[in-house]
Ligand binder design. Structure first.
Ligand code: NAD
Ligand code: UFG
Length: 342
């Protein structure tokens, strides 16, 4: 029996594939490589010495998806494949709705056809929108403020309806907070295509000298130092959360949502300090205006995932920063041989 990993060549998917293989799961990966590189999969093999099947295909390609289920004995699916940029989702919403939602519909239809009814789904803390209270619990109001977040919420609702229609499904909706860091080998990590939108990839590029300085978006937020507070979680801790979710859904049925974070919020300035401490690199920055849509603070209540998944994030903010830096230092051009400065 195999676990099908959609989007397995991506940032979180590649780290999860590695953990799955390391504990003895057989996996099959499907990815269209729209936001990832084949090299990530080669490195997973290099690190684990375990072979796995890879289909370079789009989830919207029904025929190939059918072929995947026909050719393999799939037990459960971890569904990472999706587009994830908030800003881009505002510019090209139809593309986001089509890719994320239609992709999931095609996947679910195919799963149902082949009697596979177990799924771990990559949702996002983005579904909470502007949190009324922190820490954010899973039963907080769901009010995403952008098309990307709405695709995640709509998929959560589709999966809930699917479960209502057929109680044999078993689904874990994992709401990630802010994944950062990289595998301790320094061989796999986050490799953004363009100018990074997210904080750590940007800081990495400042540290390596690709960019001159970081812009800190806003210093007048309602937080202890005026900069935005987030719940950063090490991608390896996050990957391990998927294994716990899988262990939970395989022998049961039902649908439930879980926050995956550390439960602690850090400000942008605290993150910069921690990165500097961990790496001995100076990160020059200036304050600029707020980024539209950003919230003051968002961090997880992790009581439910601790209890029900038996999972807890273990790595510290300094571990996250150091591992992010090691990946960047060892791979200045990401998975590319050479990358031009944008
Ligand atoms: P990523 O872009 O690195 O990985 C997603 C992968 O899916 C990529 O390899 C991409 O090529 C593939 N893909 C996209 N659309 C596809 C399609 N139609 N068919 C086949 N493959 C397709 O992103 P990530 O950071 O690893 O995120 C994984 C999942 O977690 C995404 O669904 C994302 O929305 C969600 N998520 C990410 C974050 C984050 O900050 N990284 C936070 C919350 C949720
Ligand atoms: N920030 C800066 N400068 C930058 C980039 C970010 O100051 O160059 C600040 C932001 O204003 C925010 C914090 O750093 O206060 C974190 O920003 P990120 O862009 O790294 O992360 P977000 O919390 O905005 O969003 C991320 C993902 C979303 C996901 C969300 C919750 O981009 O897709 O985490 O999981 F939904």
């Amino acid at each position: 029996m195999s676990i099908l990993v959609t989007g397995g060549a991506g940032y979180i998917g590649s780290h999860t594939c590695l953990e799955l293989l390391n504990v003895g799961y057989e996996i099959v990966v499907i990815d269209n490589l729209s936001n990832s590189k084949l090299e990530a999969l080669k490195r997973i093999f290099e690190l684990t010495k375990k072979d796995f099947k890879f289909y370079q295909a789009d989830l919207l390609d029904k025929m190939t998806l059918e072929q995947v289920f026909l050719e393999n004995n799939i037990e459960a699916v971890i569904h990472f494949a999706g587009l994830k940029s908030v800003g881009e989702s505002i510019e090209i919403p139809l593309h986001y709705y089509h890719n994320n939602i239609t992709g999931t519909l095609v996947l679910c239809q195919t799963m149902r056809k082949y009697g596979v009814k177990k799924m771990v789904f990559s949702s996002s803390a983005n579904v909470y929108g502007i949190p009324k209270n922190v820490p954010v619990t899973e039963d907080s109001p769901l009010k995403p403020t952008n098309p990307y977040g709405r695709t995640k919420l709509m998929i959560e609702e589709i999966l809930s309806d699917l479960y209502i229609s057929d109680n044999n499904w078993s689904i874990a909706l994992l709401r990630y907070f802010n994944p950062i860091g990289a595998h301790e080998s320094g061989r796999i990590g986050e490799d953004p295509n363009d100018i990074p939108n997210n904080l750590i990839p940007y800081i990495n590029q400042v540290a390596i000298g690709i960019r001159d300085k970081l812009s800190v978006f806003g210093k007048d937020y309602d937080t202890h130092d005026g900069t935005g507070v987030r719940d950063y979680i090490h991608v390896v801790d996050l990957a391990k959360g998927h294994l716990k979710a899988l262990e939970m859904i395989i022998p049961t049925t039902g649908i439930d949502a879980f926050n995956l974070g550390t439960g602690t919020g850090y400000s942008v300035l605290e993150l910069i300090k921690s990165y500097e401490n961990a790496t001995s690199k100076k990160i020059p920055y200036t304050f600029t205006h707020r980024r539209p849509g950003d919230v003051d603070k968002s961090y997880a209540d992790i009581t439910k995932s601790n209890k029900m998944l038996g999972w807890k994030a273990l790595k510290s903010l300094e571990d996250m920063c150091y591992d992010s830096w090691r990946w960047q230092k060892n791979n200045p051009n990401g998975y590319n041989e050479k990358k031009e400065k944008n």
